[in-house]
Ligand binder design. Sequence first.
Ligand code: AMP
Ligand code: TRP
Length: 327
Amino acid sequence: MTRVFSGIKPTGNVHLGNLFGALTRWVDDQHRADSIYCVVDLHALTVPQDPAELREATLRLAQILLAVGIDPSVSTLFVQSHVPEHTEGAWLMECTAAFGELRRMTQFKDKSDKADFVSGGLFTYPALMAADILLYDTDEVPVGDDQRQHVELARDLAERFNSRYGPTFTVPRATFPAAGARIMDLQDPTSKMSKSEDQAPGTILFLDEPAAIEKKLKRAVTDTEAEVRYDVAAKPGVSNLLSILGAATGRTPEEAAQGYTQYGPLKTDAAAAVIERLAPMQERFRELAADPAETARILAAGAEKARAVAAATLTRAKDHIGLLPPG
Ligand code: AMP
Ligand code: TRP
């Protein structure tokens, strides 16, 4: 059976882009593949975090994943730091990656240019990500386009390790969402919707109330024509509304465009569809949030399942690279 692995960082607020671009795909994948999903709290540490906030964000993100439909009886859901094999595997990957290879990662260049404190972890982060993936004999890694280079590196490291020390790791490949799954900012539809402060008018958050969703969609930037058509280059705002309406109702943006001639009704219907799609997930989130012990139990069981797989792979890798087995 195909093995799927993906991870999401517990930083910022989950928004519609995360939901339609990543999480609904995770939910779909769990029925055709053996899926393992991870809240990557160690990756969040590449920039300084408030300890209480990080703990809270990690639990909340796990609850959101369960609420959107990750089913722990079908998939494995766990928190990265609960499986110490990840950090140990990361060291093997750091020693397999070339310095120049890590230096060429565009995300490192972007983030280190902007940050006033650049941690060593920010630089070696792709090695940890490679360990995450390779420890589970992963075939497919569902990610957004921004992670393409990191998954490529994981492939290269798997191949290099295998050719140096003998067959050890499965060589993974990235899978990407359909074109319409890229959700853009409602106020600036040429840049993607992103995790940001609570009140951002261009971002619809997973936990937004219906009134906020309506308001944000009603104020979404469109254009001065009066024609509803999916054309990302010429009509980014309208196309984004069609992507949102389509994703919320299980259709392509082109299908969603049918029957609309004006922007007003398109916005109203997009808001109604998003509210209807989110309502049962938000309800489930509230139930889970009221019982953190239940989430803790699910995560403990997930970590135990994950650890059994990760430990076997790590033992194999340590043996092949020449580390003396204990006792
Ligand atoms: P991030 O929010 O950047 O940590 O990303 C978490 C996951 O959501 C990744 O798989 C991203 O590719 C995906 N994602 C983030 N923003 C968007 C967006 N605006 N549209 C579609 N997918 C997104
Ligand atoms: N780096 C990814 C991001 O920022 C998160 C991540 C960490 C990940 N480990 C992973 C994604 C392993 C896929 C597989 O979105």
